[in-house]
Design a protein around this ligand. Structure first.
Ligand code: SAM
Length: 217
């Protein structure tokens, strides 16, 4: 049994999560997740945390089959979907450590060249998010890269349609997946607290979604 301080639960929605995302956003969220995949150096040790049903892991394996990957998911159902997907699509074995749990499952001395957080960080209230980001940053090697994709309005204040869409999503995932955050965190503020410098960024969906690549200084 995994004790997660986040207490989110994507098990019930796991079988339909990808379909739902396609229905609302088409392939936008997937494009954002792969925007900076080319910045992953060969032979990297990669932590992919909150990867859901494994679509991004599949792309990662196609791009960097030699990478050593830790796939950390707190939802048992999502993890099973991922394992099934990879077994079905790739006959040869890869260096993947499938791990059920959250960031507390990382070993104190475990470090990575690349950390990927695809639509994960928007789930947490400020204090919890800061703990999570501190923990992840501590396990990122010097000069390591953090590939981030998430809802992060490029415009301040966000246009009314974005505010409405975000409010609906937080209400929905609050009810269905017990997401505790009431609204999007101030990502600018959270990233500014970490020893990271912005390397590349891109916006999607009329500026509602951003993909960013940070480098540890
Ligand atoms: C919003 S979903 C995004 C899934 C996938 N990245 C995508 O975009 O399709 C967030 C995922 O993060 C997982 N998750 C939430 N908190 C986590 C944590 N602390 N550690 C690892 N996974 C977590 C959830 O189980 C869920 O699968």
């Amino acid at each position: 049994m995994i004790k997660s301080v986040s207490n989110t639960n994507f098990d019930s929605i796991a079988p339909i999560y990808d379909g739902l995302s396609w229905l609302v956003f088409g392939n936008v969220l997937q494009r954002a997740q792969t925007e900076h995949i080319s910045l992953i150096p060969p032979n990297s040790k990669v932590l992919l945390i909150g990867g859901g049903s494994g679509w991004l892991l599949e792309q990662l394996l196609r791009y960097r089959p030699e990478a050593e990957i830790t796939y950390l998911e707190v939802s048992e159902k999502m993890l099973h979907l991922t394992q099934r997907r990879i077994r079905q699509k790739f006959p040869e074995p890869f260096k993947i450590d499938f791990r059920l749990g959250d960031e507390n499952s990382l070993q104190p001395d475990e470090t990575f060249d690349v950390i990927i957080t695809p639509f994960l960080l928007d789930l947490f209230p400020d204090e919890r998010l800061q703990q999570l980001m501190n923990r992840l940053c501590a396990s990122l090697r010097p000069q390591g890269r953090w590939l981030f994709s998430d809802f992060w309005p490029a415009q301040t204040p966000p246009p009314a349609w974005q505010q409405l869409l975000l409010k609906s999503m937080y209400t929905f995932f609050g009810l269905v997946s017990h997401v505790k955050a009431p609204r999007l965190p101030d990502f600018n503020d959270h990233f500014a607290r970490q020893p990271l410098r912005l390397e590349a960024s891109a916006t999607f969906y009329g500026g509602l979604v951003q993909a960013r690549a940070y480098r540890k200084v």
